[in-house]
Design a protein around this ligand. Structure first.
Ligand SMILES: [Zn+2]
Length: 269
């Protein structure tokens, strides 16, 4: 059957090829891609290109990004979708706005007594419902290794979460997955983190304590660890790893082992 979508895809791929040399630079700059199978590598390369053809990357004054920078961002944006069929997981937004540095963003919170608090908080990224993704470049530049930090994956995880409404830590699950199992795994880990931080606000938590903020941040931070420190995540919260493995349909731990990288704290535990 003739497909408009398939035709458009082929045309885009023909018009904007990524050279071997350029892709080799991407692979070198992003250790977290180590261990990908050749067919996955090829798919990631194609989808990165399609992503750049679909989205508009806008760098604010004070920041200049190269073609390679854009490609690095696209490859990290597409990594979480690599095991999923192309079903428009990043639909609903067209713009990625790049800030030269962390930015202040107004925050609002109503406390239990009904008092509204407002303040400005420094952010390195934001994802708006039906709006753009905002990324501060230093955070993007610091992403890509096996170190539990990935700003691109964090913000795009919020976008996946928002596909079925507000960001609440529950993205649209596949048919074979059970919401109760997902909720149980996430809640248990979220409660554990909060217990540790309630006992000692400087506690050495197994994953970034920012995950304890709320369920949406938990999902975004857990996604960062899933792709960039899977050994730490599975050691601390195996059920969370299993749920993310079922959702993303990938096993980054296998890639980490294949690449020979590992975290000392995970090896000990
Ligand atoms: Zn977040």
């Amino acid at each position: 059957m003739w497909s408009w979508r398939a035709w458009k895809r082929q045309r885009t791929l023909r018009r904007h090829a990524i050279s071997e040399a350029q892709w080799a630079q991407v692979r070198q700059a992003l250790p977290m891609l180590d261990g990908l199978k050749p067919e996955q590598d090829l798919l990631l390369r194609e989808r990165s290109l399609l992503f750049l053809a679909e989205k508009t990357l806008t760098a604010l004054p004070g920041l200049e990004v190269t073609d390679l920078d854009c490609l690095l961002l696209a490859a990290q944006a597409q990594l979480p979708l690599l095991g999923l069929a192309e079903l428009g997981w990043y639909k609903g937004f067209h713009q990625i706005v790049l800030y030269p540095d962390d930015f202040l963003s107004p925050q609002r919170h109503r406390d239990p007594s009904g008092v509204e608090h407002e303040w400005d908080a420094e952010h390195s990224g934001e994802a708006w419902q039906q709006g753009p993704v905002i990324l501060a470049w230093p955070g993007v530049a610091a992403s890509g290794g096996w170190d539990g930090y990935n700003l691109v994956i964090h913000e795009l995880a919020h976008k996946l979460d928002m596909l079925n409404g507000d960001a609440n830590g529950l993205p649209p699950l596949h048919h074979h997955m059970r919401v109760t199992e997902w909720a149980e795994a996430m809640q248990h880990a979220f409660d554990d983190l909060n217990r540790q931080l309630d006992a000692d606000e400087h506690a050495q938590t197994p994953i970034d304590p920012y995950a304890a903020e709320n369920p949406a941040e938990f999902f975004a931070v857990a996604s960062e660890y899933f792709f960039s420190a899977p050994d730490l995540l599975i050691a601390a919260y195996p059920a969370v790893y299993q749920q993310l493995q079922a959702f993303y349909r990938q096993d980054p731990l296998q890639r980490l082992h294949a690449s020979g990288a590992a975290h000392s704290s995970a090896e000990q535990s």
